[in-house]
Design a protein. Structure first.
Length: 145
């Protein structure tokens, strides 16, 4: 029988500056023990959904809270290592480190928020970024498998 891990409120990981058309996203790799530590903000397996209107700037703070190396990247699909947008990836981060990156969500579509360390996405360390035609930025969580 597995140990239940309390999921954090996803709202704390997104802040919106509507005037500047900027979404500020916090990604904490290895946030807790969920999915054996292979998670962002306590969510993996596509459980976290970040929605951003096309044309908005996305500023990401990527922090490695885990005990392994991790990264944060927005990629066009599974097992892809090339960022979906220019500037949409962090370098590999040692435990306890943090970095920031920024990009424009210039194309409508569904993308993955993934860790690019070999084997981590296969361990289901990914979530979802949806760039849509309008509306306002949002972050929601849904139960995983």
């Amino acid at each position: 029988m597995g140990v239940l891990v309390a999921h954090p409120n996803p709202a704390q990981f997104l802040h919106v500056d509507a005037k500047q058309r900027t979404a500020i996203v916090t990604l904490v790799a290895g946030y807790n023990g969920e999915n054996n530590g292979f998670n962002f903000d306590g969510y993996g397996r596509g459980e976290l959904l970040v929605s951003i209107p096309r044309g908005w700037r996305v500023r990401v703070t990527c922090t490695n809270h885990g005990s392994l190396i991790h990264s944060c990247a927005i990629v066009p699909g599974a097992m892809t290592v090339t960022p979906a947008f220019p500037g949409a990836a962090s370098p590999i981060l040692p435990p306890g480190s943090s970095t920031k990156f920024s990009f424009i969500a210039s194309r409508v579509g569904t993308y993955r928020i993934a860790c690019l360390v070999v084997g981590h996405e296969e361990a289901r360390m990914y979530d979802v970024l949806d760039v849509n035609r309008g509306g306002k930025p949002a972050i929601t969580a849904r139960p995983g498998p």
